[in-house]
Design a protein around this ligand. Structure first.
Ligand SMILES: Nc1nc2c(c(=O)[nH]1)N[C@H]1C(S)=C(S)[C@@H](COP(=O)(O)OP(=O)(O)OC[C@H]3O[C@@H](n4cnc5c(N)ncnc54)[C@H](O)[C@@H]3O)O[C@H]1N2
Ligand code: MOO
Length: 409
């Protein structure tokens, strides 16, 4: 743990903290969990736990960069010249025999070059008649030769530890002749949605007092996109004991509790874990929406409490859960918070004392904040592509002002 990785007294509620302060605490706790070797096919999105070193040179031999004829510079003269072809060399074939004065090999792109050749003359400039090849003009300029090891040599570090594997980087690891890479393992997440009123989506219309659990599935999707495995998803009533027992249901690195974060009679999210010895690292962050968010540790287990209000929960998950997963899986907190500056296409009213994260839609022109910002709303998320960050007490932002935006998943 780093200097910010403090734990407050068990179950205690920290004084209000700002977003950056809370994120620094989270970053200090979010250390990678463990290493494993995985096939390249399974490494997409994972962070390397060890650098990838080249096992071979690339190219492995001097080879042709164009389809053509391998020639000696000494044989090239002004005007048409005639050379005797000794055969054809293909990619993957044996190295052809050396050429002497007046000789050439027909070579295809990637084919090994004969010893003694200096360049490849593109096939477009040559005419082949029997054993003789006529070269139209002395072709100077690029030799069209890929020298052995000119891309990389065995032992070169091609991908640094910590690099996130993408399709492009799979090219590199494959080219370095690896079938597996060492990566940080994916965090295992237990999702616990709380509330007597919530039912699986599709069931609520049958019960007059029920509402669909709109968050569990969405947060699960976010976890998977962020690089975690959701090992179990529970939907529990507002019952402290049931919530406390939940974390024994699955061996998880992270427990995410949805709802019950506030101060109501049936808000048991934090208190259920306090009874198990939760060390709260931060709670009640000065952000809007999402102030009741809390985070702590139960031994090795990370526990994050999201407020129940859906837009608040989704916002907080974007701001804290995705970064927590990034840190636990070997990435940086900032990987999950790719802020970018965009022009505001609508005026943004002045902000109050809490840093605000406003839902907005994105277009080529910029970011347009949604009409009615509502922590408990859900329809707005249908239009939102990003969050616009507004500092505490920010004055009005005018059309055209640059504002930081965070894309939503
Ligand atoms: N006296 C105070 N009241 C509230 C405060 C406060 O500081 N003092 N904070 C408000 C803020 S801000 C928020 S956000 C909410 C957070 O409430 P909880 O985290 O305790 O969440 P619940 O009470 O369980 O639920 C709130 C609301 O959200 C609905 N909900 C919950 N889970 C789901 C779900 N999985 N899918 C869909 N909707 C869900 C729930 O039915 C409630 O309507 O507290 C304010 N109050
Ligand atoms: O901050 Mo709550 O998350 O506003 O509704």
């Amino acid at each position: 743990m780093g200097k910010h990785a403090t734990i407050l007294t068990s179950g205690a509620c920290a004084a209000s903290i700002d977003f950056d302060g809370a994120l620094a605490i989270l970053a200090a706790h979010a250390r990678p969990l463990g290493k494993e070797s995985v096939a390249l096919a399974d490494a997409g999105g994972r962070h390397l736990a060890a650098p990838v070193l080249a096992r071979i040179d690339a190219p492995r031999r001097d080879c042709a960069a164009m389809d053509g004829y391998a020639v000696r510079d000494a044989d090239l003269k002004n005007g048409t010249i005639f050379l005797r072809s000794r055969g054809t060399s293909y990619a993957g074939g044996a190295k052809p025999g050396a050429i002497s004065a007046g000789e050439t090999w027909r070579v295809m792109t990637g084919a090994p070059l004969p010893h003694g050749s200096d360049r490849v003359v593109m096939i477009e400039h040559c005419r082949h008649r029997g054993e003789l090849v006529a070269l139209d003009a002395a072709p100077l300029g690029k030799p069209h030769v890929r020298k052995a090891g000119s891309d990389f040599v065995a032992g070169d570090e091609l991908l640094a530890a910590g690099t996130r594997m993408t399709a492009a980087r799979r090219v590199v690891a494959s080219a370095a002749d690896h079938s597996e890479v060492e990566v940080w393992r994916r965090p295992r997440i237990l999702l616990v949605a709380t509330g007597d009123e919530i039912l699986a989506p599709g069931c609520a219309s049958r019960m007059p007092n029920a509402i669909p659990d709109s968050l569990s599935g969405a947060i699960e999707q976010m976890c998977v996109l962020a690089g975690a495995d959701v090992v179990a998803r529970l939907r529990l009533p507002d019952n402290e004991q049931a919530i406390a027992e939940a974390q024994q249901e699955a061996s998880a690195d992270v427990v995410v509790v949805i709802g019950g974060a506030s101060r109501g009679d049936r808000d048991f999210g934090r208190s259920a874990f306090a009874s198990l010895g939760l060390g709260v690292a931060f709670a009640d962050v000065a952000i809007k929406p999402g102030k009741p968010v809390w985070y702590g540790r139960l031994g090795q287990t990370h526990v994050l409490g999201l407020p129940g209000n859906p837009t608040a929960a989704f916002t907080v998950a974007s701001l804290f859960l995705a970064p927590l997963i990034a840190g636990l899986s070997g990435g940086k907190i900032s990987d999950a918070l790719p802020w970018q500056l965009r022009h505001s296409t609508r005026p943004i009213p002045p902000n109050g004392p809490r840093e605000a994260f406003l839902c907005a839609s994105l277009s080529y022109e910029g970011a347009a904040i949604c009409d009615r910002q509502d922590a408990s709303g859900q329809a707005m998320l249908g239009l939102a592509d990003c969050l616009v960050r507004r500092p505490a007490h920010a004055p009005t932002a005018n059309v055209g002002d640059l504002v930081p935006v965070l894309p939503l998943c």
